[in-house]
Structures are given as C-alpha cells and as structure tokens.
Design a protein around this ligand. Sequence first.
Ligand code: FAD
Length: 452
Amino acid sequence: MTTEHITIAGAGLAGALLGVFLARRGHEVELFERRPDMRQHNISAGRSINLALADRGIHALQAAGVFDAIEPLMIPMPGRMLHDLSGNLSFQKYGRLDDEINYSISRGELNKVLMTAAEETGRVNIRFNTRCDDYDIKSGLLTMTDESSQEQIKVKTSVVFGCDGASSPIRNALVRQCKFVVSEEPLAHAYKELAIPPGKSGEWRIEKNALHIWPRGGFMLIALPNLDGSFTVTLFLPVTGNPSFNSLESESEVEKFFSEQFPDALAQITDLAKDFFSNPMGMLGTIRCNQWQADGRAALLGDAAHAVVPFHGQGMNCAFEDCLELDRLIEQHGKDWVRILPDFEKARVANANAIADMALENYIEMRDIVRDPRFQLQKQLEFLLEEKFPERFIPRYSMVMFHQEIPYTEAKNRGKIQKAILQQLTESATTLDKIDLTLAERLVNEKLDLLR
Ligand code: FAD
C-alpha cells in the first residue's frame, strides 16, 4: 500500500483552515509557506490589516472546531455608518434581524490562530520560508525554494492543494500543463491603507460597532474597527484620472483632497501624509478559473481559484466555504480524491463566479448608490417584504452575508428577480406607506419560488 502524501501550498487563511479540516479527517499534511512564521516575526499579514467575517466564514470555522479561539477577536458590525460631506452620520442596518451582524477581525491574528490550530492537530507540519515554484502533474513533484538558503527542494506529493493566493504558482503550473483557462480582470481602482489611532484612553474615536463609509460617487473611504481602539481606514480610488492615486502627488494635494472630501475623517487620521506616501498601493481585480482540479491530484482553493474584489467582504468567507465543501466531500467519498476533487470543482466554480459578479456590483452600491433616497427606500422595502413573505423574499445582501445555506448562485439569481420587483414597486412611491402591498404580494408569489 502506498502512503498518501498531501501537501498544501500557502498557509494563509485558506491553507491553514484546510490543514485543520484535512487533519481532522485523519490526513497527514505538509504545509509550505513562503513567508516567515508571523507568530514569531513581526511581518505584515498580507493584503488588508482587518476584514469582515460573515456567516459563511463563521459556519466553516465552527465546523472545523476552531471558532471558540476566534470569537474573542471579533468586533460586531451590525451596519454601515455613512458619513456625508458635512460630517453628518446615518446608520444603515445590514440585516432586518438583530443577530444579522458582520464582524471585523484582524487578518494576522486570525491567521495565527488557524496556523496554531492546524499544528495542534498533530498531523500538520508547517514549513515556513519555503516558496513553491512549480508542480509537475505527471510525476507529482513539487519544486520549492528555501527562502533563507535559496536551496531548491523537491517533494513528491500524491495530492496538492494550491492555496497560494491570487498569483498562485500552482495555478500557473496547471494552466501550462492541463490547459486551465484563467481570466484576469484588473479593476481600474486601487486601495491604500491608513489609520485612525485609539483615543488617549484607548477608546475608539468613532463608533466602534459599525463599518464606516464615506461614499463619494467615483471613490470612497471606509474604516473597520480593531480591538486596540484603532481603525484601519482604506481609501479606494481610481489609479489614473482626477482624482486618482496618480493625481495626488504631494502632501499638500493629499491634505487638500481629504479636507474637501473627508473632513471628519481627516480630523481623526493622525499620520495622513506619512501613511499615504509610505504605504503601498494595493491593486484589485477578479480572477476566474474554469477548472479547479486536475486528475484528482491537484486542486486550487481560495484566492488561487477565485480572487474577487473586496466590496462584498466575501473573498475569505468564500475561501472558508471552499474548505467546508471539500470537507463534506471527504466525508462522503473517504480518500477517493478522483471523485472528491471533480465534485468539489462542480460544486464551487459557478458559486465563485456568482460572488465575483456580486462583489463588483457592490462597489458601485457602497461608493455611490447608498446615498440615493430611492435605494434607501428599497432597503426599507426589502426588510418589509422579508418580514411579510419570509418563505420567498430575503434581501440579496442578507442572502450573501447571513444565509450560508443559500448558495451564491441562488442569491445572485433571486437577487436579480427581487431587484426588478423593488424597482417596479418604488417607481412612483417615495415613502414606505405609499407602496402597493397587494401588488407586492402578487409579484413576490408569481416571480419568486419558495426558498428551500
Ligand atoms: P491569501 O490570504 O493571499 O494567502 C495566500 C498564502 O499563500 C499567503 O500566506 C502567502 O504568503 C502564501 N504564498 C503565496 N505564494 C506562495 C508560494 N509560491 N509558496 C508558498 N506560499 C505562498 N475577504 C473577506 O471575506 N472579507 C473582507 O472584508 C475582505 N476584505 C479585503 C480587503 C482587501 C483590501 C483585500 C485586498 C481583500 C479582502 N478580502 C476580504 C479578501 C481576502 O483577503 C482573501 O479572499 C483571502 O485572503 C483569501 O485567502 P487565501 O488563503 O486564499 O489567500
């Protein structure tokens, strides 16, 4: 009998959680991570300092038995706090129900807990400073480089999982050898992270329990709370044009831009010019891959398979859901990877494409449409329809964020029908009491199937 040798490339959010799931099913796993161990070295955790964790992600973390260690790191964000140009605030609840909440969490702390949980299973060995360069599907050979010594390492693997992020070398190897078709759509907007530090006594200087948005039409600023009283502030702006990252060339231009567009935020951001010019500009984009597995021997998961723009706060949540789906299939098919991996691909590709589309749409909603009175009326109407017809109508945002049992594809399809219903019902009405509820009932019953 041959011994199975399972490897994972990348100990980021997806790779570390996948390690936990595989170990719990009895597999021995080698996990190779390019960076040093962030539990021992003070390094950046990667693409954003904090992120929004939602129902899909939480469900996967619970299923992996790691949620208890993660819960203390989470800050509830029950809604968006909108900041207008004059600094007036308005709060929009995310969901109708009080327990429909997203959570802000530190990427680094979450990743550390997941790595430790993987190691504590006793079946996962993480090798840091080890960069995967290439993979040969015929021989199963993984070629790597030790980042400290630059020595080349070759490891033979029965099954490899590419959890090596958006620029995945494993994906590149599969594109070359197995003709995977990948599409990359860069976004013309990029991001830069800034900070609002804690107040003098460590307090949060703006509302702690909200995701703050300064929507300005063609661009926006957002802020998510951290446990130490600070906020991570992210500016999303076009790369070229005016205003853009290219047009803001001097400290005075940046100060002027913030004082005109985000005056109340500027009052709280202490090191604006320093952070603006020393922090990197992060590029954004969507990566879609028509295949996620080859021959039951290699599979992609997380951003390696489906990088999405961050405007629905679902990239990591979707990656965690990938892990959970794979775990379900392992439960069903045991060690039969030739059945597990194709079924995994079948279950996930369309769903990843659906969340990629919805994330792109949500950028326009966040930076612009949230300010529109008709949108605000439609939000109220969505909650009313959900309350009246819960077996057929759930707002699309809620389906994505708070209903892990509804696949992304279904949320997208139902969302499209619901949008048409909302448009029709708010055509002439400007307040909720003017909505024709008899027509609403007829449209909902005619156009929307019962939810499963
Ligand atoms: P990554 O987190 O990129 O991890 C990949 C890992 O592989 C890293 O540890 C990396 O060092 C390692 N690696 C890379 N190359 C190699 C190699 N050659 N060999 C070995 N190791 C390698 N998602 C949400 O759900 N909610 C949010 O609010 C949210 N906000 C975001 C905000 C921004 C600005 C951005 C850019 C993204 C955001 N996301 C969010 C998306 C989220 O960051 C990703 O979907 C998530 O990190 C994917 O996890 P991953 O493990 O697949 O990839």
